[in-house]
Ligand binder design. Structure first.
Ligand code: PEP
Ligand code: MN
Length: 332
């Protein structure tokens, strides 16, 4: 429930409502607004009755929240969240951040060369998969903790924070000890036990949209993380499965301006996995920035033809420099 106070509600009236919420065993969250204060009610598992509030002075309206998320919504959180990932800042309205690196860490040299090049071209965060959620069990599954070490080393060497995917709860502690940001992949977007555990770890999270997730499901997944005490979630649109098969997925760019209205959490766009083709990555990255994305996540490989995973959608090092130049020009 959201309790909207009248324009001229006094601090005493607000406090009376806060106490009334507490008496029900629920958690009040005052939300200061430009014109009036609202009080979010958290902690209820079902409908909150109007009765205890009906006769309290200073209340303008009682709004029942029927959506499966509250904390990530703008109703419950004024302003826009800025998520710090090491030295990078990701937020609506800030200069867009490029998260770049190989799909998969394949060797020390490969991730080092990539890190050096993406840093030089202006990337803000280095990405790289150590644990890979591959569609088939015969495909390369990643180097695991060895890959994590190479990624961390490369990040340190060039001075970039790193993001990498965790697939299982038992990987969390070791990955969180070295990564600046944890990634939850599209396939795990609704792995609720994993989301809850990630919410208990004090590291920012890139949460990727599931291939057939509605935006309500996407936000509800983010809510699982935030409700455990971790507000540092970056949403990532990475394409969804539709009837169209010409490209790997359908890049749903409308989510960027739509989500900006609905949530305070920033949204970044991953055109690499959405499109599956490197030649479309630059134009669609530009489009993402134009519609207001807080950043892009792109796959980069020193030799895409030899990549062990997602080569066709990976930019080479010169291609990434070109992308950054075009993004700068588009923003200017
Ligand atoms: C990735 O970013 O490497 C990845 C596997 O992406 P997704 O979960 O979006 O498929
Ligand atoms: Mn990939």
């Amino acid at each position: 429930m959201l309790i909207v106070m009248e324009h001229g509600a006094t601090p005493e009236q607000i406090e009376t409502v806060v106490q009334a919420v507490r008496r029900l065993g629920l958690a009040p969250q005052p939300i200061p607004g430009e014109n009036r204060v609202a009080i979010g009610v958290l902690g209820n598992q079902g409908y909150v009755a109007d009765e205890p509030f009906r006769d309290l002075p200073g209340i303008q309206e009682l709004i029942h929240v029927t959506k499966p998320y509250k904390l990530v919504s703008r109703d419950f959180h004024p302003g826009e969240s800025v998520i710090a990932v090491g030295t990078a800042r990701v937020g609506w309205g800030l200069p867009p951040v490029a998260i770049a690196g190989p799909c998969t860490v394949e060797s020390r040299e490969q991730v080092r060369a990539t890190a050096k090049a993406v840093k030089a071209a202006g990337a803000g965060i280095l990405r790289g998969g150590a644990f890979k959620p591959r569609t088939g069990p015969h495909s390369f599954q990643g180097l695991g903790y060895e890959g994590l070490d190479y990624l961390a080393e490369a990040g340190r060497e060039v001075g970039l924070p790193i993001v990498t995917e965790v697939m299982r709860i038992d990987q969390l502690e070791r990955v969180a000890a070295v990564a600046d940001c944890l990634q939850i992949g599209a396939r795990n977007m609704q792995n609720f036990d994993l989301l809850k555990e990630v919410g208990r770890v004090g590291k920012p999270v890139v949460l990727k949209r599931g291939v057939s997730a509605t935006l309500e499901e996407f936000l509800a997944a983010a809510e699982y993380i935030v409700i455990e005490g971790n507000p540092n979630v970056i949403l990532c649109e990475r394409g969804i499965r539709t009837f169209e098969r010409a490209l790997r997925n359908t890049l749903d760019l409308a989510v960027v301006p739509y989500l900006r209205q609905v949530t305070h959490l920033p949204v970044v766009v991953d055109p690499s996995h959405a499109l599956g083709r490197r030649d479309l990555v630059i134009p669609m990255s530009k489009a993402a920035i134009v519609v207001g994305a807080a950043g892009v996540m792109v796959e980069v490989h020193p030799d895409p033809a030899r990549a062990l995973c997602d080569g066709p959608q990976s930019l080479d090092l010169a291609g990434f420099a070109q992308l950054m130049a075009e993004l700068r020009a588009a923003r200017a």
